[in-house]
Design a protein around this ligand. Structure first.
Ligand code: ZN
Length: 166
């Protein structure tokens, strides 16, 4: 049995985020990068923490309620507002500018989960996709910070076998 290393929750969440930021194509690709001595040294130099094994991040994220991550985001953004990071970007010197918009996250040729949205082309091809509605503080520099995310998804499974049976 592999002896499992213990990680800080900071390392787990940061590792999960960096799988996306580094555009890793798989957990294995991420593990290969994090094993590279130069990569590991540079990451530690910048962030002062180690990247966790992808399996450890997966184990935690499978049981961590998504609401906990939303609360973490709220806590982090509240800290930035309290530190007056966005002060010079306020509208009329008074209001934070918040943009709300939907954006595509992923597209699939096959249904990948029960909540996929679908689009049918003129040729009759079905595309499966996921959308998220985002509320972000926006600034004149182009920097934007997410305040809240709401996933737009189907709540029921479409029964394609009933199409045409009225
Ligand atoms: Zn899906």
């Amino acid at each position: 049995m592999r002896k499992r290393k213990e990680y800080l929750i900071t390392e787990i969440v940061t590792g999960a985020l960096f799988m996306y930021i580094f555009k890793e194509t798989s957990r294995n690709a991420y593990n290969n990068d994090r094993r590279d001595a130069c990569f590991r040294k540079n990451f530690f130099k910048f962030f002062g923490i180690n990247l966790p094994h992808a399996d450890a991040a997966d184990d935690v994220l499978r049981v961590l309620p998504p609401e906990e991550l939303e609360m973490l985001k709220t806590h982090l953004v509240s800290g930035l507002i309290e530190q007056k990071i966005f002060r010079k970007f306020r509208f009329l010197g008074k209001f934070h500018l918040v943009a709300v918009d939907g954006t595509g996250m992923a597209t699939f040729e096959q249904r990948h989960c029960d909540h996929c949205l679908t689009k049918i082309s003129k040729a009759g091809e079905v595309t499966y996709f996921h959308y998220v509605l985002e509320a972000k503080i926006v600034t004149s520099t182009g920097m934007s910070i997410s305040l809240a995310s709401e996933f737009i998804e189907n709540t029921r499974i479409e029964n394609t076998s009933s199409i045409g049976k009225g």
